[in-house]
Design a protein around this ligand. Structure first.
Ligand code: MIC
Ligand code: SF4
Length: 645
């Protein structure tokens, strides 16, 4: 049996480690991407490592998240990002050019390469046969400095697709079906590698939607073969020379196989407040809707918006619905304008938004109180939209457009005819004039930092004994949106850790930051899958600033546990998950003998209030233990640079 594509790419990029699933490997990274909300920290960290130029084949800095620009902070951050990119050898995509994942797919992704991005939806580029992973900004900074990326060797699952989608059933319904089957925890420690005749029938942008939202399954990443579809897409982008054939599936060895018959799928919807609360749209037919938004990196590509335009053409949005569209890239917007589709969308009574993430992370378009909002993005955690008591429902663009017209949930089945003649363009319009190449010699470039850009906090080394209170106890599936919301009034402090730390658990327990300051930090106690969702390292950095020393959970999401370890917070797990229930907020807890107990994995948590002991475990590598002891990965990396390693 031949080796699968994921393992082939890993093998060809392996810097260290043993490729047995679950053990730590170090991977060479070819390309990196950042976006503005995580990029500011990533570049401050890169600067602090002290290297004159990035060592990757390609690094790109996109600006797409924090673009509302209420006050000076976002604009200052953008200026910082542009100058720092120019100085250190990074391409810079200006705000207005589009959303990072869509742009990377269009202009830079290359089959067979590795990509690390400071955004959890970086696996989007798996649509091109790349091994693309999300990580915290610090991991990206280290990758740009030439360090390999440390990750657990994943299990590889073959997702065999057979059959063909009906015209009103979309790629979004494929990934919603997988979320329905496997849940938001189902993909942890795994890669989904797609194969089969159904996969061959999907275009690159359709594959992108599926890979993108694999992040919601908790996957390390997702990948499609690089085949004729890939060649056609790269050719249409004027980049056929980047193509290289890479197959998946038949004759290859996998840890598991799953089959999905595309022809059996019907339109699906993820209900509030979790992407895996999936039911058929037909179950909600008749339910009134207040708002519909088509947009985001998941579903605002050319095919998506053309389908929306075809459904809207000659019709008008329901009077009780606020309908908005954000296109994912300038290339797509230009084509829609030229081909008349934009006119059909405007005529239907649509609010046209900027080419950014926008409403996805609550940057504008918050729904009305108790509202029903139907969206095409990937996450619907409570409060993420900006209205805590609103319910966000995730659907395909086709379902969204049909629903906007009806004013209640409906599928796009009645538009099947209009949708069935879609063809991918032979040529995409290409205009890279909003992507700036860096200066050949960056030594004279001045990096401009506004007053909102604060330096990095100090990372003091880990003591052998930690004592403190359980300052909060939270449930299962706490996302980073619960820990540090992406809302604009908070996200504008992404480059200012002291300020953003005041918002930790803002929507869950607004007294948290004050309590931490009063108690000088302590412990977070959590249920399963703690830290799912985004890659934002602020969900670790800000608690660390508040004095949190360990998070003790039943289990963790991959990127977040890595971020905790990067910044010197211990991610520890209960051996007996019922012990989670024995700890109450305010209990005084103690961990001792850490220097010996961490390498031996024999840590015991003492509950001094109840006089009980709970055995703990961890999945930290030796490298992570060393970095936690040193205070952070950054401390270790800076030492290595000083030594000239
Ligand atoms: C998200 O979709 O949650 C975000 C906003 O893109 C985050 C990144 C961030 O918090 O800046 C992500 O997915 O990693
Ligand atoms: Fe932007 Fe939303 Fe995509 Fe995150 S998920 S990159 S906020 S569009």
């Amino acid at each position: 049996m031949a080796e699968n594509l994921t393992r082939r790419i890993i093998r060809s990029h392996l810097a260290a480690g043993d490729m047995t699933s679950g053990s730590e490997i170090a991977l060479r990274i070819d390309q990196t991407l950042t976006q503005d909300a995580t990029g500011t920290m990533a570049y401050l960290q890169f600067e602090s490592i002290g290297i004159p130029r990035v060592k990757t084949e390609l690094s790109v800095s996109y600006v797409d998240h924090n673009c509302l620009q209420v006050g000076f902070r976002n604009a200052d951050d953008h200026r910082f990002l542009q100058t720092v990119a120019d100085k250190y050898g990074i391409f810079y995509s200006k705000p207005g050019n589009g959303i990072c994942h869509q742009l990377h797919m269009e202009r830079f992704g290359v089959p067979g390469k590795t990509l690390l991005g400071s955004d959890s939806h970086t696996p989007h580029a798996g649509c091109l046969g790349m091994l693309a992973m999300g990580a915290g900004g610090l991991d990206i900074a280290l990758a740009m400095a030439g360090h390999p990326f440390h990750v657990k060797m994943p299990k590889v699952v073959n997702v065999r697709l057979i059959g063909k989608l009906k015209p009103y059933v979309a790629a979004k319904d494929v990934i919603l079906e997988l979320l329905r089957r496997f849940s938001v925890k189902g993909g942890v420690g795994k890669v989904f590698e797609y194969s089969g005749p159904g996969a061959a029938s999907l275009t690159v942008p359709q594959r992108a939607t599926i890979c993108n939202m694999g992040a919601e399954l908790g996957l390390t990443t997702s990948i499609f073969p690089a085949d004729e579809q890939t060649r056609r897409f790269l050719k249409a982008e004027g980049r056929e020379e980047s193509f290289r054939e890479l197959s998946t599936g038949e004759g290859m060895e996998y840890d598991e196989t799953v089959e999905v018959d595309l022809s059996s799928l019907e339109p699906l919807v993820a209900q509030p407040h979790m992407p895996d609360r999936v039911v058929p749209v037909t179950e909600l037919v008749g339910k009134k809707v207040n708002q519909v938004w088509v947009g985001s990196c998941t579903n605002a590509n050319y095919h998506d918006i053309v389908s929306v335009a075809k459904i809207l053409k000659g019709r008008h949005v329901h009077p009780d619905v606020s309908f908005s569209v954000s296109v994912a890239s300038r290339q797509v917007l230009h084509m829609l304008a030229e081909e008349g589709y934009l006119g059909d969308i405007i005529d239907a009574g649509t609010r046209i938004l900027e080419l950014t993430c926008g409403p996805c992370g609550g940057n504008g378009q918050a729904p009305c109180s108790g509202g029903v909002s139907v969206r095409t993005n990937n996450r619907n955690f409570q409060g993420r939209s900006g209205t805590k008591d609103a319910g966000v429902y995730l659907v395909s663009p086709e379902t969204a457009a049909a629903t906007a017209l009806a004013g209640t949930f409906v599928t796009a089945a009645e538009y099947a005819e209009q949708l069935s003649d879609y063809r991918e363009p032979e040529h995409y319009y290409v205009d890279d004039s909003m992507i700036y190449a860096p200066s050949a010699d960056g030594s004279k470039v001045e990096v401009l930092k506004g007053p909102n850009i604060k330096g990095l906090p100090d990372f003091t080394p880990l003591p052998d004994r930690i004592r403190g209170e359980a300052v909060i106890r939270v449930e299962d599936n706490i996302s980073t949106d619960h820990i540090i919301p992406a809302l604009p009034e908070i996200a504008m402090y992404r480059s200012n850790i002291p300020a953003i730390s005041q918002f930790v658990f803002h929507g869950v327990d607004p007294a948290f930051a004050g309590r931490c300051q009063e108690k000088q930090g302590g412990f977070i106690i959590a249920g399963k899958n703690y830290g799912q969702g985004s890659s934002r390292e602020h969900a670790a950095l800000a608690p660390r600033y508040l004095g949190i020393k360990a998070v003790i959970a039943i289990s963790f999401a991959r990127i977040h546990s890595q971020n905790l370890a990067n910044f010197g917070i211990l991610p520890l797990e209960f051996v007996d998950e019922t012990d989670y229930l024995r700890i109450a907020q305010g209990d005084v807890l103690e961990l001792s003998g850490l220097y010996q107990g961490l390498p031996e994995n024999t840590i015991v948590l003492k509950n001094c209030t109840k006089n009980e002991e709970y055995p703990l475990t961890h999945h930290l590598s030796d490298y992570q233990i060393r970095s936690i002891r040193a205070g952070s990965v950054l401390t270790l990396a800076a030492r290595a640079t000083e030594r000239g390693d």
